[in-house]
Every structure is written in C-alpha cells, then in structure tokens.
Design a protein. Structure first.
Length: 164
C-alpha cells in the first residue's frame, strides 16, 4: 500500500463513528471502551445503559444495530456479561454481522473473513486492558474481500429469504 493510501486508511480508522451499548453487566467495561475510543479520535455514539441497574440487553442491542444498519455509525460495539445473547439479538438485524470475540485472533478474523461490523464482548471473559487491545485490532483490520465476499453475499441472500 503506497504511503498516501496508508495515511488515508489510518485517517479513516481514527475518524470512525462507533455506536456503543451495553446492559448492566457490561456497563463498566463499556465506559472504559468508550473512553478509549474517544482518546483514539473516534466519535462515540453511546446508547447506554447508563447505570449498573438491571436491564434487558435486547433493548440496547436494538439501538446499536439500528445505528450501524442505518449508517449513522460505521461500526458498533456491544458489551454484556457473556456476549452470547447479545450476539444472537444483534444478528437478527439485516446488514448486521456481529461477532462475539474473546481474543485478538478472533477480532482479526472477524474482520478479515466476515467483515463484522459489530464487536461483541463478554465482560466476564475479557478484562479492560485486553478488551482495548481486542478493540484496537478489530478497528484496524480491513476485510479481505476477494474470496470472502462470495460468502457474505450468500449471507445477504439468507437475510432476504433465499433458500439454497
């Protein structure tokens, strides 16, 4: 990649609009990640929850998914206790490719091969400093579109009710 393309790529990474959300079990880690994103130059669209009081994660998943699917945000990050239910809920939305990630390799491949546009973290599985590393890798990894685009198109067809 020529140097001007690298600079443009880094500028895009720094200037992303990122929707973040959590339930009560991801509340503290979401605050850490939102602060990290802001410090890295991103615009953070924070959809809460804004306290540690018990709440239902699908409500907040909806807000993050809606922001990403409508292109108000380029990417999304959602955090709850395990990430399992949230990933299921987020993936119910058309054009959302949410990836539940617990390590750096998963973060990288969720972008390289699947063009994941929502990162899901389980606060019981990743500590704050490691979550920042996962987030940084996830944001800076580009999609390898050649052979993987065909598979994403198949996923889009499934979303539209196509049968194989």
């Amino acid at each position: 990649m020529p140097s001007t393309e690298i600079c443009d790529h880094l500028r895009k990474i720094k200037n992303m609009r990122i929707a973040v959300g959590s339930d009560h079990r991801g509340f503290r880690l979401r605050k850490v990640i939102a602060q990290y994103l802001g410090a890295k130059g991103h615009t953070v669209l924070d959809f809460g929850t804004f306290s540690g009081e018990s709440c239902d994660y699908p409500v907040y998943c909806f807000k993050v998914a809606q922001a990403v699917a409508s292109k108000k945000a380029q990417r999304g990050i959602f955090i709850c206790k395990t990430g399992i239910g949230s990933a299921i809920a987020l993936n119910k939305f058309r054009d959302i490719r949410a990836a539940l990630v617990h390590n750096i390799r998963g973060a990288k491949f969720s972008r390289l091969h699947n063009d994941a546009n929502v990162l899901v973290l389980g606060s019981d599985f990743v500590k704050a400093e490691y979550a920042k590393k996962i987030t940084g890798i996830w944001l800076s990894t580009e999609f390898e579109s050649q052979r993987h685009e065909r598979r994403l198109n198949q996923i889009r067809k499934i979303e539209q009710g196509y049968e194989f």
